[in-house]
Write a protein that binds this ligand. Structure first.
Ligand SMILES: [Fe+2]
Ligand SMILES: [Fe+2]
Length: 164
């Protein structure tokens, strides 16, 4: 059975993943408003993935006889100064999520909670990918310096991204 400190921290993580989903959905709406459906597609897919992350913790807590307790989700920002600002916020946000996954893993090590360690390894790998994807979009946007035709090309490229 899952121990209370791990259950509490995983419940916090469910909230963080759901907030990530909400934040990315807000970013998708921002891009839709700017007529950038490809960028919006990228953020929508991210939003769906974050909800799946929340559900992985949700199901794991239940599977181990724990209690899921949902908390209030903070309102996300709705406006940004530029496309680059959004991408940089995604990158910074993913780095914060990585830090909280690492905290969970530290706790799992301390408590010799082997099932949680195995489960969290999936998230550790996932965060490497998430951080790398966000960094790529930041790098692309810096390179093109928001020149119209180049932004449109990147929009087409991001429009092709599909859920995994
Ligand atoms: Fe996530
Ligand atoms: Fe993420």
């Amino acid at each position: 059975m899952i121990k209370k400190p791990m259950q509490d921290l995983m419940n916090e993580q469910i909230n963080k993943e759901l907030f990530s989903s909400y934040l990315y959905l807000s970013m998708a709406a921002y891009f839709e408003d700017k007529n950038l459906p490809g960028f919006a597609n990228w953020m929508r897919i991210q939003a769906d993935e974050e909800r799946e992350h929340a559900m992985k913790f949700y199901d794991f807590i239940l599977e181990r006889g724990g209690r899921v307790q949902l908390k209030a989700i903070e309102a996300p920002k709705t406006d940004w100064g530029s496309n680059l600002e959004v991408a940089e916020e995604v990158a910074a946000h993913e780095a914060k999520v990585t830090a909280s996954i690492n905290d969970l893993y530290e706790l799992a090590l301390k408590e010799k909670d082997y099932p949680s360690q195995v489960m969290l390894q999936w998230f550790i790998t996932e965060q490497v990918e998430e951080e790398s994807n966000a960094a790529q979009v930041v790098a692309d946007l810096k390179l093109i310096e928001e020149r119209g035709t180049a932004v449109l090309m990147l929009d087409k490229q991001l429009g092709k991204r599909q859920a995994e």
